[in-house]
Design a protein around this ligand. Sequence first.
Ligand SMILES: C[S@@+](CC[C@H](N)C(=O)[O-])C[C@H]1O[C@@H](n2cnc3c(N)ncnc32)[C@H](O)[C@@H]1O
Length: 229
Amino acid sequence: MLDKDPRQIRRMFASVSHRYDIANRVLSMRFDVAWRKRVASQLLPAAGGLVLDLAAGTGDLTVDLERFGRHRVVSADFTFEMLAHGREKLRNRAPGSIQVTADALALPFRSAAFDGVSVAFGVRNFQDPGHGLREIRRVLRSGGRLGVLEFSKPRQPLRFFYGLYSRHILPAVGGLITGTRSPYEYLPASVQAFPEGAAFLDLMRDAGFKNSTAARLSGGIVTFYRGEA
Ligand SMILES: C[S@@+](CC[C@H](N)C(=O)[O-])C[C@H]1O[C@@H](n2cnc3c(N)ncnc32)[C@H](O)[C@@H]1O
């Protein structure tokens, strides 16, 4: 059973926060940049919405939401160190955004406060993803949009090669870049354990989302889930 104790998760992200961005670029071969742009430009039908970028980390999606989506963004995460390492970036590239330390399972926002919520590579780490989705639904106004980007398991034959990559190369390279190997061993294990595809759409429905869809990107390495509150 994978340990998703919130204190452990925070400690893990804090330990890689200083080199998180560069590790992402290298390990995804920059595909992560295109994945986030897609979420930023497709989350809401019109520009100018108030968006909560949840589990925002160092804020790469926050930047895209402001630059490409032209939204006002609250960038929230429960690991202070991740937010701190993104602060300079947001000051320069998303000056309209604000950072908030917040736990996705107990959001410090009033109900129906946001037009949109985005979560990139965060839901998988929530101790209880269903609880997180209900909390997100609560802070979305009726008709507001949720966009979730999360790793998934590609189909064969890519699954075989991606499996080798994520079990062997990813922990070795991630460890070299950040000096800590264990977060990059946790990553493939957490992807294996994540209720992806139809199972995640069920969780979204149970949390009160409608018209939910799942689009597999890059051969299914990542899935972009969307839903309406
Ligand atoms: C893989 S990083 C993703 C960061 C960013 N969204 C990105 O696309 O690079 C996952 C982030 O989720 C945050 N996180 C995990 N569980 C959380 C929770 N319950 N509440 C808030 N943030 C959480 C972690 O602190 C970490 O910064």
